[in-house]
Design a protein around this ligand. Structure first.
Ligand SMILES: NC(=O)c1ccc[n+]([C@@H]2O[C@H](COP(=O)([O-])OP(=O)(O)OC[C@H]3O[C@@H](n4cnc5c(N)ncnc54)[C@H](OP(=O)(O)O)[C@@H]3O)[C@@H](O)[C@H]2O)c1
Length: 264
């Protein structure tokens, strides 16, 4: 699908990856609708790249409905906003669990329901979900996050099949560790030198590729990490054992500690 001239909604546009994706779509000639909660950051981005800024807390069903009403007809949706929701289950209040499910999972499903209806009527569109390699293989301290990200993968896979032949496609982008900006970079956690990273621009390019080439799933990670995710997803017990032996649990703990302030 060609991006030029299409109207694209980006959720989480105030965040590290969302801003990069919005810039990538703007460079391809999309008309942008940008959303997030930080009004000042959102308006600065809208001024920089052009587009309509609609602040909204998408955990709140009424604000999500208002966002959809104000956004109008959309050709492309990038469902990117998420909370890192890291830490052991025992560490979460039920309210925090509900909030993570509302932001990471419910909002995406509701967005897809309402926006793909119009796309199907018009016979074209693309719904893109920002996932994570933790939607393919779970690590320690990611029970809630991985529940939402695994859920999104299943949702996207089924929706893709339901929409077959309508002209409307679904894509899921799976970033690994992203440097420079976003929830991993903000955590301040350090990786061993043999664990590679990708940049926010790589993620933006992957989103553009997924839309233009109509790809269902796209990974954004070095080959070694992608192979590790494939292995861990296929052999979960063995994968967890190898991850533990390679110090993966310590890295996971550092990331979780650095994301503790992003529970709501
Ligand atoms: N960065 C990575 O290494 C990495 C790796 C794998 C996957 N991902 C995925 O990439 C996506 C973007 O993450 P990021 O790294 O850019 O994180 P980020 O910088 O923390 O940005 C998260 C975005 O989500 C928005 N958001 C959170 N709760 C919201 C709510 N209740 N209502 C509206 N917006 C809300 C934030 O908006 P406000 O700040 O304005 O509230 C922000 O724009 C996520 O889906 C994440 O799971 C990231």
């Amino acid at each position: 699908m060609e991006i030029q001239g299409r109207t694209a909604l980006v959720t989480g546009a105030t965040g590290g990856l969302g801003a990069a994706v919005a810039r990538g779509l703007a460079a391809r000639g999309a008309k942008l609708v940008l959303t997030g909660r930080k009004v000042d950051v959102l308006e600065r981005l809208a001024t920089e790249i052009g587009g309509k800024a609609i602040p909204a807390d998408i955990a709140d069903p009424a604000q999500l409905d208002r966002l959809l009403a104000e956004a109008g007809e959309l050709d492309i949706v990038i469902a990117n906003a998420a909370l890192p929701a890291g830490g052991p289950l025992s560490d979460f209040t039920v309210e925090e669990i509900d909030r993570a499910l509302a932001v990471n999972l419910r909002s995406v499903i509701v967005l897809a329901k309402h926006t793909t209806e119009g796309m199907v009527r018009r016979g074209s569109g693309r719904f893109v979900i920002m996932n994570s390699l933790q939607g393919k293989v779970a690590t320690a301290g990611s029970a809630i996050y991985s529940a939402t990200k695994y859920g999104l993968r299943g949702f996207a896979s089924a929706l893709h099949q339901d929409l077959h032949g309508t002209g409307v496609g679904v894509s899921v982008v799976f970033p690994g560790f992203i440097r420079e900006a976003g929830l991993f970079a903000d955590s301040g956690a350090k990786l061993p030198p043999w664990v590679g990273t990708k940049s926010p621009v790589d993620v933006a390019n992957a989103v553009v590729r997924a839309i233009e080439r109509e790809r269902l799933e796209v990974d954004v990670a070095p080959l070694g990490l992608r192979a590790g995710a494939l292995f861990g997803g296929t052999f979960p017990s063995l994968g967890a054992f190898v991850t533990r032996k390679m110090g993966g649990h310590r890295i996971a703990q550092d990331i979780v500690a650095g994301q503790r302030d992003k529970r709501t």
